[in-house]
Design a protein around this ligand. Structure first.
Ligand SMILES: [Zn+2]
Length: 132
């Protein structure tokens, strides 16, 4: 399958749309180092078009690979359980309160970003609401 070769301008548009951050972990990334991730993997029938693409850091791109967003989240959520099972150092660090496990649901940067935009839109509306 031949992949859509993005122009520099298309890459830059995807990067700017994500505030120049990794769509998953939210780390700042440079245009030159960013990876393009297909949100719905090509292997699972995702489109090879910019509307199915986000920018990601190398680490997140490697971990997500051919997973859906929910599969990726679920794998990350299992991280502490796997560490507990496989790492004596991790279990020791837990005993000495050197690790703070939150077990909170992982929210990806692109999800927070969309939520913040929604909230600020509501705040703007509120600000322009006339007083009665
Ligand atoms: Zn990342």
């Amino acid at each position: 399958m031949s992949r859509h070769k993005l122009s520099r301008d298309e890459r830059k548009a995807i990067w700017n749309a994500m505030n120049r951050r990794c769509a998953y972990c939210g780390e700042r990334i440079e245009l030159e180092n960013m990876c393009i991730d297909h949100v719905r993997p090509l292997a699972l029938g995702g489109r090879d078009t910019p509307d199915n693409m986000v920018c990601a850091c190398w680490h997140c791109n490697q971990h997500k690979a051919n997973k859906t967003v929910e599969e990726f989240r679920s794998e990350l959520q299992r991280g502490p359980v796997m560490l507990f099972r496989e790492s004596c150092t991790y279990r020791t660090m837990l005993r000495y309160n050197q690790v703070n496990e939150t077990r909170r649901r992982i929210v990806f940067y692109f999800e927070k970003k969309d939520r913040e935009r929604h909230v600020s839109k509501q705040q703007r509306k509120r600000r322009h609401r006339p007083y009665f």
